[in-house]
Design a protein. Structure first.
Lengths: 339, 339
DNA sequence: GAGAGGTATCGAAGCGCTTCGAGTGCAAGG
DNA sequence: CCTTGCACTCGAAGCGCTTCGATACCTCTC
């Protein structure tokens, strides 16, 4: 193992000089810098991670807490995680992966063990039990997802309320008056996940404003889509449009509608709030509002980087992405035949 | 921050005694141990991660290198990753997440920086460029996936060759004589991913033995399934069974067959080598061989743990899981009508 | 041309932890 | 009773790195 002392010896300077070349915290003459840098190259020196973390030093690691749940759509989580990893890596940081299972005790472990310089939490609930710890801590942090109280926190999310509103506007603009919402599994609402609840708020508020009748039903998974659809058509036979926020339900829904001879978008319109990929690859390409997973991951990473760079903003910052609606083949004007 | 010295002071012993209580490397009297342990509890002591990593010490971190690719099925990767994370966490280790993008230089970084005690690599290619580094290194390692040369390596994988063979056996047993294989994207074969190639070997060998005619076509994604199916039916109109090893293609294939009035399993049989979830939730529940993602992750984690515990096996160990075929609703006896 | 101020470098201390060698006290053995 | 060996504990050294003075030299300025 090559140490800093080896580099110093090779370059004919003291260890501290090498350290300052590396950190840039004191001025170094150009000639010395070059000599040291070439020694580093030549010996293939890499700082020892543990030693770097020692005094008040930064381990150059970001902790990322990822959910273990199976009721969230995994590819989106993954895309976020990889965007975070790529972004921080570009700045010389590594990612420590924690599972959501660990909850507050995971945050405490990071804190106590000085394992990481900053924390990024995914799958944040409206009233998340990890937040008090985060607020009490001096450690930079960012949330992906928005809790109810965002004071003194840094958050990144899609503006799901606006997304909900945008769905209603689009459908109302096409003449639809009866819209059904096929939502996430009831467990997702039960544990008060922000995005699901906010989307619903947006849908409801705008529906009321535009005089659209809205029926919302949670949907447990792909197997229960049929039952959900049946209930919708019984309770609201006049339904001509569906908003789906449940990755597992989109394709089964399209299949069922096809089987029932409800042409999309001829007879009924379908739109989704989902991953771009899901919408594009559906058997009927779906008009959708995409969850900007990659952007969110990158932005959260940048938030903690900025905090680490000393641009501490004690007030926090909420970065909400504007929803963008992409019209594809699954929505059209309301059909006036009775279904 | 509570340090080991604080604990020592509180317990009225020396720092080294506390250290020995923690590591168990020397005998400690019961009374002292109790006193120290209660001080640890009382003060909420957590060892400082950096300091622990210092001398020859173990940082208690496992590096996990995960692919960034989009042509692998993400949920399986995720399941493996989370199984690894959960398993090592139970033993007090943390996970450092690297992206596959980093390639060999990522491995080198771990090595040089002493960032992790061991490495687990996912998405291993037959002739992976990270392997020479691993072999040269003293650091414990495990691969998820099997390279061509496994000497001195620890690997975990499903026995994909056996899986391929098992598929053919099952279909031949039902009387099928013309089988089409819808495979992964051609890029997957091009970069010589072990699992795809081995499955194909198994399929081909057993087909030859059992007198089954086999046609293999790669499939780029869900959009190209139709073209692939057309080519199959043109080249081998007698085809009565399909083996799918491509998560994105399964559902579109079922939809297409339905549209062409090829009842499953009445007219044609379909089976898959895929995630359990995909098979169960398909519109026709699929006879399948599941990829035991969770088991693989856990086993790889256990392999490195064993190596860390000193059970170093310089010869390596290849843990191949026996494929298990679950019969569902998608395979049946060959129909003797002409399709 | 002496002090002020700046730049470039060094030595030493110390971060929290592990580990080695040494030391204490005690029981058993000669 | 003295040695031997064992069980237990301590002090000190040192891991690789950062950082804080201190030092040496150089360039201005009055």
């Amino acid at each position: 193992m090559v140490t800093l002392a080896d580099v110093a010896r090779h370059a004919g300077v003291s260890a501290s000089t090498v350290s300052y070349v590396l950190s840039g915290k004191r001025s170094i003459s150009a000639s010395t810098r070059e000599r040291v840098e070439s020694s580093i190259q030549h010996l293939g020196y890499h700082p020892h991670a543990g030693a770097r973390a020692l005094p008040g030093g930064r381990p150059r690691v970001i902790a990322l807490m990822m959910p273990l749940r199976t009721d969230v759509y995994v590819p989106v989580m993954m895309e976020i995680a990889l965007a975070v990893a790529t972004t921080v890596r570009a700045r010389g940081y590594d990612i420590l992966l924690l599972t959501g299972e660990e909850g507050p005790s995971g945050v405490r472990r990071i804190e106590r063990g000085a394992l990481a310089d900053a924390v990024i939490l995914m799958d944040v609930e409206l009233d998340d039990d990890r937040l008090p710890l985060l607020r009490a801590s001096a450690r930079p942090a960012a949330l992906i997802g928005m809790p109810a109280d965002t004071s003194r926190l840094h958050c990144v999310d899609l503006d799901f309320a606006a997304a909900g509103a945008l769905c209603v506007e689009h459908l109302a603009g096409l003449g639809h008056r009866d819209v059904a919402v096929i939502g996430e599994a009831s467990a997702v609402y039960a544990r008060r996940t922000g995005f699901a609840e906010r989307t619903l708020d947006g849908l409801r508020t705008r529906s009321r404003e535009l005089g659209v009748r809205l029926l919302h039903l949670p949907c447990e998974g792909s197997r229960t889509v049929a039952a959900t659809l049946t209930r919708i058509l019984e309770q609201r036979p006049a339904t001509t449009a569906f908003v789906v926020q449940n990755e597992a339900a989109t394709e089964p829904l399209l299949t069922l509608l096809r089987r029932q001879r409800l042409a999309v978008p001829g007879k009924v319109s379908v739109m989704a709030v989902c991953a771009e990929q899901t919408a594009v690859h559906a058997s009927v390409p779906l008009t959708s509002i995409a969850v900007p997973a990659q952007k969110m991951g990158r932005r959260a990473a940048e938030q903690v980087m900025a905090q680490l760079a000393g641009e501490r903003n004690a007030e926090g910052e909420v970065a909400l992405f504007e929803p963008e609606l992409t019209v594809r083949n699954s929505t059209g004007p309301r059909s006036h035949e009775t279904s």
